[in-house]
Each structure stands twice: as C-alpha cells, then as structure tokens.
Ligand binder design. Structure first.
Ligand code: FPP
Length: 259
C-alpha cells in the first residue's frame, strides 16, 4: 500500500520531466508497436497468459491516450498476426474477447478524442463478434480527423503484399492499369495502409530483435527502438523515452548527412 502511494507521484513526476525534454516540432508522425511479452509477463508473475493479455490492453489504452495528447498522426499496433491462429484455441478466444471488450469499452472515448479506428489485415476472416465490433467502431469513428489507430488483426506483412499484388493484377487484367506504369507508389496505394505515411518509429518491447512479419514494405526507413520491458509494463514514460531517443537519431534515408 505504502509503495503505491509513493510510486504514482514518482511516475507522474518522471512523465512530466520527460515531456519537458520532448521536441514538439520533431515528433514522429507514425508510430508502430509490436505489443510483445504479455505471456512472459504473466508467467513471471505465476499468472495465466490471459492475464498478461488483459494487462496488455491497459498499456494499449494508456499509449493511445498519450498519442492523442501529443497529436501523433498514426499509431499502428500489432494485435493479432496471421500466424497467431497457431496458438491454443482458448488463447485465441481470449484475444478475440479482449478485442471486442476493448472496442465496445473504448469506442466512445476514442470518438470523443477524434480517433479514427482503422483495422488492417484480413479482417473478414475474424470471428463474427470481432467483425461486428470492428464494423461498429469503424462506422462510429470514420469521420474523425485526429489520430488514426491502425489495429493489425489477422495481419501478415507478406499477406499484405500478396493482397496488394492481387489487387494490382486484377486491374491489369481488366485493362485499368498498364503494367509498365507500376511503381513504388502503385504498390503503396494497394496496401492496407493506403494514404498513410510510413512509420517513423517502430517499437518492440520484450527483448526480441525480429520484425515478425509486420509492415514489411512500410518499415523500409523506419527507426527501430527495442526494449526488454514487457508490453504490460510499457507505460507513458516508456513511450516518451522512445520518442526522445528517436529525436536524437540521424535519419538519412539512404542519403548523406548535411554538414
Ligand atoms: C504478444 O504477446 C501479444 C499478442 C499476440 C497480442 C497482443 C494483444 C494485446 C495487447 C491485447 C489485445 C489487443 C487489443 C487490440 C484489445 P505474447 O503473448 O506473444 O507474449 P510472449 O511472447 O511473452 O508469449
């Protein structure tokens, strides 16, 4: 009890201290996050994996709020990959239930904060309850012009490229597109992220150094920020630290540094 009495002001203080260090003119436009480590976080605490996912939703809630506050334009979170179906059915069900719960609980606040919910991935293959909750949240928030919250669901970076290739091939077949005119922009225009800038910053918690089939095309020049902090422990201060570190990077996009 005593500990938490002290811990809360400490975190607030740290948060304010880090906020002062932020350069508001150099914020990343688009932040992408692989929300990893829920299972390990729970196991380390002797709890079922589901509790890790539940705690992970709390982190998501907190991070979305900070992105709104900082006027970040796009946040993309990896919530369920096309490979996650390999997990035990019980865990898949927990994740889908949490998604539905999150959407119905948060929809109003997200809408009030001008957030547009934008699911990306093969979402037509999700369970009906998840499809319905997504449809409702997309409908409610479709006119919003603030933060775009991309929720990657049944998402695979390679599948996204396959889907883009199919859409392009269809247009070529119908005589609507000249194959010679296909360029990088054409490809980008057929991705799930059409119209959005590529991520400036990719964050991966939980200590692994993999891309895990996430945004394979879009990450070409993204800065990576890796931490051993597990996603359920990833809080506003962690995101602020990541952004501050990002602001000290030198991005050259394949060019040279100007002296
Ligand atoms: C990876 O942790 C995380 C996931 C597969 C799911 C991420 C989901 C959430 C944060 C909650 C649900 C999402 C929404 C949008 C409500 P892991 O289980 O692979 O962790 P581990 O590597 O430690 O096992």
């Amino acid at each position: 009890m005593k500990e938490s009495n002290f811990a809360v002001p400490d975190i607030k203080e740290k948060e304010n201290e880090l906020k002062k260090k932020l350069d508001h003119s150099g914020l990343p436009c688009h932040i992408a996050i692989i929300m990893d480590g829920n299972g390990r976080w729970a196991m380390q605490k002797g709890m079922p994996r589901a509790e890790g996912h539940r705690a992970g939703v709390e982190s998501l809630r907190e991070i979305v709020r900070l992105c709104v506050e900082l006027h970040i334009k796009v946040l993309t979170v990896y919530a369920f990959s096309s490979e996650n179906w390999k997990r035990p059915q019980e865990e898949v069900n927990v994740l889908m239930d949490l998604l539905v719960e999150y959407l119905y609980n948060e929809m109003r606040e997200l809408h009030e904060n001008n957030v547009r919910i934008n699911p990306i991935g093969r979402i037509d293959r999700l369970p009906e309850s998840a499809g319905m909750a997504l449809q409702a949240s997309v409908n409610k928030t479709s006119g919003n012009k603030g933060l775009v919250l991309n929720i990657a669901l049944n998402y695979g970076g390679r599948l996204e490229l396959v889907d883009a290739a199919r859409k392009i091939a269809k247009k070529v077949k119908e005589g609507k597109l000249d194959p010679e005119s296909i360029n990088e922009e054409t490809l980008a225009d057929h991705l799930y992220t059409v119209g959005l800038p590529d991520p400036d910053l990719l964050i991966r918690p939980a200590g692994d150094f993999r891309v895990s089939n996430f945004l394979l095309w879009q990450l070409a020049y993204t800065e990576f920020w890796l931490t051993s902090v597990m996603w359920p422990d990833f809080k506003k201060v962690t995101l602020l630290q990541a952004i501050i570190d990002f602001q000290h990077r030198e991005r050259r996009f394949g060019g040279l540094i100007h002296s």
